[in-house]
Design a protein around this ligand. Structure first.
Ligand code: NAI
Ligand code: UGA
Length: 455
């Protein structure tokens, strides 16, 4: 018998999860409260950019295995329900807002007509699953037993399909053997491919997720703290990072110094983890995450400082080309984007900023409508006094520095991601500044010696 799956919340996480569940062979219904999103998805269109996902959505909606609705009642018959709604930062700036997960459970449970398993995937403060179990118990119709489990998600935007179908590991937080059996059945093919599985209690599963993101954020801020030291001493953080990464105990991943982390998850998740520790009376355990956050935010100010220096002390009236608006390449997500944050700061200081991004301009315009957006890199670069690379899309890394040099007013580049071919740009007459690296002047090739003529 084919399992039927419901996925509640069809944003970046939920749309991916729904499509991948259909890819694993299940009948899937995706539910969201946003009618525009549901209209797009129902037509087989993905309302955001994610490589490889539109093809899956289109294939499975066309085949009838995947459908979308705003009516949660239509999910009631599913065997397993996955919760994928948002848990954004609360307006007070600290803890996570869990109102959407509670609303999703409260919306679904009264419609259930048989025993059900609700599996949380959203990233939540530790203890939320138990609260949701109490909520479900209080709302379950007579004779219906609803169980909550937690199966945290580790996918990265830009690689979400691959990360879902071939994850590094699966984590099942369960309160019963029956819940574990159900999850094993859902993920049978993924487990069959050799994916490591950790089965734990609910609390530990919730903790794995926030700890993973806190660890990744800490690793990035660690190397960015070293970058600050390099700036004070003339060292080059890219050399330090490369050498550190060769130590197998450290590794190269998440050790790239630059403008730091942004996005809809790492920043909010470390703040929520700190807030939860405070509520639990163990705030001292995580005060270092405050430093992780501060180091990260300082990188954005540092780029603005460098930009100001590069144009001679005042940004007023200077034309700055900003390459990149998304919080990282391969996504159109601009939530807490370091690139946009820097662009906005430059504009506040009087610079004429033109931003270009291959995918994220519409989202960027919605958040920062007063910035000027270009339709191409060339348009952003035209007559620029300074070029800033802030999101390392391959389109930017492949730019020909000689050609770009012909577009700008001044050959000055700040590489906020330490990603450009330094020597290539310098040979084309550019002055180069990375983060945590010494300023580098253009490389002037010595003129070829005059041929010595015999006689
Ligand atoms: N974006 C990512 O790469 C990952 C996100 N996560 C976590 O997954 C959760 C969702 O994140 P995103 O997908 O990025 O957020 P998102 O904002 O893109 O999507 C959330 C969706 O939930 C919908 N929603 C809100 N309340 C609802 C309700 N009561 N019923 C049905 N739908 C409802 C919203 O309309 C929205 O479409 C968060 O907890 C996040 O931390 C975890 C791993 C990866
Ligand atoms: O909980 C989540 O939503 C997800 O958050 C991150 O994934 P994501 O936000 O898609 O992006 P990452 O690839 O982790 O990058 C985060 C930020 O760190 C920055 N970064 C990354 C790596 C690095 O070495 N240096 C660095 O500055 C990136 O530019 C980006 O701004 C985690 O990597 C996922 O495992 C997790 O599931």
């Amino acid at each position: 018998m084919t399992l039927t799956i419901s996925v509640i919340g069809t944003g970046y996480l939920g749309a991916t999860h729904a499509a991948c569940m259909a890819e694993l062979g299940y009948a899937v219904v995706g539910v969201d409260t946003d009618p525009a999103k549901i209209a797009d998805l129902s037509d087989g269109r993905l309302p955001f950019y994610e490589p490889g996902l539109p093809e899956l959505i289109l294939a499975h909606t066309s085949a009838g295995a995947l459908r979308f609705t705003t009516e949660v009642a239509e999910a009631a018959d599913a065997d397993v329900h996955f919760l994928c709604v948002g848990t954004p930062q609360r307006p007070d700036g600290l803890g996570a807002d869990t109102s959407h997960v509670r609303a999703a459970v409260a919306g679904l449970v009264p419609h259930l007509r048989r025993d059900a398993l609700i599996v949380g995937k959203s990233t939540v403060p530790v203890g939320t699953a138990h609260e949701l179990q109490d909520l479900a118990d209080s709302l379950a119709p007579e004779g219906v037993r609803v169980e909550i489990a937690w199966n945290p998600e580790f996918l990265r935007e830009g690689r979400s399909v691959e990360d879902t179908l071939r994850p590094d590991r699966l984590v099942f937080g369960v309160a019963s053997d029956a819940a574990e059996r159900s999850l094993r059945a859902v993920y049978e093919r993924v487990l069959g491919a050799g994916t490591p599985l950790v089965v734990s209690d609910l609390v530990s599963a919730e903790l794995v997720k926030v700890s993973a993101n806190a660890f990744l954020a800490t690793k990035i801020s660690f190397i960015n703290a070293v970058a600050e030291l390099c700036e004070a001493t003339g060292g080059d953080v890219t050399a330090v990072s490369e050498a550190l990464g060769h130590d197998a105990r450290i590794g190269h991943a998440f050790l790239k110094a630059g403008l730091g982390f942004g996005g809809g998850c790492l920043p909010k998740d470390i703040r929520a983890m700190m807030a939860r520790a405070g509520e639990l009376g163990v705030d001292q355990a995580l005060t270092f995450l405050r430093e992780v956050d501060d180091i990260n935010m300082r990188r954005r100010h540092r780029v603005v400082e460098l930009a100001t220096e590069e144009v001679g002390g005042s940004l007023l009236g200077r034309r700055v080309a900003v390459l990149g608006a998304a919080f990282k390449p391969l996504t159109d997500d601009v939530r807490d984007s370091p690139a946009l944050n820097v662009a906005a700061q430059l504009q506040l200081r009087g610079a004429g900023v033109r931003v270009y991004d291959p995918q994220a301009i519409d989202n960027a315009r919605a958040v920062f409508p007063t910035l000027t957006y270009a339709d191409s890199a060339a348009e952003a670069l035209a007559d620029a006094d300074l070029v800033l690379l802030l999101t390392e899309w391959s389109e930017f890394l492949e730019l020909d520095p000689e050609q770009v040099g012909g577009l700008v007013a001044q050959r000055r580049v700040i590489d906020g991601r330490n990603a450009l071919d330094t020597d290539g740009w310098r040979r084309a007459g550019w002055s180069y500044r990375g983060l945590g690296r010494p300023r580098m002047e253009p490389i002037v090739e010595p003129a070829a010696p005059e041929p010595v003529l015999a006689g």
